[in-house]
Write a protein that binds this ligand. Structure first.
Ligand code: PAF
Length: 284
C-alpha cells in the first residue's frame, strides 16, 4: 500500500497505479475520518469486490465539526489504521493534513440545500456544508470511478449524491456513489468510531436504541405515526439516554418528513448519552 500526504505525489501515484493496473481497471474510493472499525473494513472489502484498485482517505475534516463538537477528541489512530488497510490489500492511503486540504487562503464552501435541512442538518449547523465540501475535494483529488459510504450516515449519502448530480461531477457521478448497509455489533448497535467514547454502562444502554427502533417500526402503519415516534423517544430515554435530538420518519431519497410509511420510508434517530451523540436509521 502506498501512503501519500500531499497533492502532487497523490496525482502521480494515482496515475502510476492506473497505468500498472491497465486500461479499464476501476478505482474505488472509500472516504473516512480514520479510527477504523469493522464498518469501514466492510466498505473496503466491498470496494475490492467492485474495483481493481482501492484507495482509502483518512482525514478528520475540521469543517464538518461545530465549535462545541468533538474535533479535538476525535480518535486519531493513523498507525493502527494503516496496518488494518495494508492487511485488507488497499492500494493507496490518501492522508492529507489540514494544510494540504485547506491551504492558506482557502475560501470555497459547498452548501446543498433541501436534503441537508432537518435531522443532523438542524442539530449540527454547517455540518453538511463541511461534508459536501471535503467530499467534492476528495473526488477531485483521487478521481475515482466509484465511491463507497456507510448507510449509517444516510442523510450524508443523500447530500453527497445531490451534490454530485448538481455539480455534474463526472468522477464519480451520482450513480457511482454506493451506500453499504450498516454494520452492527452483536446487540445491534450500529458501529461508529464514537462508540469508543462510551463507558461500559453507556455502551449497554446504547445497545437498546436499535431494539426500540425495531419495536417502533413494527407499530408503524398500525398506530398513529406521531404516537409511535413519541413513544420511541420515551423508550430511548427509559433505556438510559440523556436526551433525544430526533425520532423522525422521512422519505429515503428526498429526506422529506412523512406522516405515514410510504413504501420508501426510513426511521431516523439521534440521541445523546453522556457526551456522545449516536445516530441510527432503518427502513420503515
Ligand atoms: O463519514 C465520514 O467519515 C465523513 O463524514 C466523510 C464522508 C469521510 C467526510 O469527511
Amino acid at each position: 500500500m502506498q501512503t501519500v500526504h500531499a497533492l502532487n505525489p497523490l496525482r502521480q501515484t494515482v496515475d502510476a497505479l492506473r497505468e500498472q493496473a491497465g486500461a479499464g481497471t476501476r478505482l474505488a474510493l472509500v472516504p473516512t475520518m480514520g479510527a477504523l472499525h469493522e464498518g469501514h473494513l466492510t466498505l473496503v472489502r466491498r470496494a475490492k469486490e467492485l474495483a481493481g484498485l482501492v484507495a482509502v482517505s483518512i482525514f478528520v475534516n475540521p469543517r464538518q465539526f461545530g465549535p462545541n463538537e468533538d474535533l479535538d477528541a476525535y480518535p486519531r489512530q493513523m498507525e493502527r489504521d494503516s496496518r488494518l488497510l495494508e492487511a485488507e490489500g488497499v492500494d493507496l492511503l490518501w492522508a492529507p493534513d489540514v494544510g494540504a486540504m485547506y491551504p492558506q487562503g482557502y475560501a470555497t464552501n459547498i452548501s446543498v440545500s433541501g436534503v441537508s435541512a432537518g435531522l443532523c442538518g438542524a442539530d449540527r449547523p454547517g455540518h453538511f456544508d463541511g461534508v459536501a465540501t471535503v467530499v467534492c475535494k476528495l473526488f477531485n483529488q483521487v478521481r475515482p470511478d466509484i465511491a463507497l459510504f456507510g448507510e449509517k450516515d444516510w442523510q450524508q449519502l443523500a447530500v453527497i449524491r445531490r451534490m454530485a448530480r448538481d455539480l455534474d461531477l463526472a468522477l464519480p457521478h451520482a450513480d457511482a456513489i454506493l451506500g453499504v448497509p450498516i454494520v452492527r455489533e452483536a446487540d445491534g448497535l450500529a458501529m461508529s468510531s464514537r462508540n469508543a467514547y462510551l463507558s461500559p454502562e453507556q455502551r449497554q444502554a446504547a445497545g437498546r436504541l436499535n431494539v426500540a427502533m425495531r419495536e417502533a417500526i413494527a407499530r408503524l402503519g398500525h398506530d398513529a405515526t406521531a404516537a409511535v415516534l413519541a413513544d420511541l423517544r420515551s423508550a430511548i430515554l427509559a433505556a438510559g439516554f440523556d436526551s433525544v435530538d430526533y425520532t423522525e420518519l422521512r422519505d429515503a431519497d428526498s429526506i422529506e418528513l412523512l406522516d405515514a410509511p410510504n413504501g420508501h420510508a426510513r426511521l431516523f434517530v439521534a440521541a445523546r448519552i453522556g457526551g456522545t451523540r449516536l445516530i441510527d436509521n432503518m427502513a420503515a
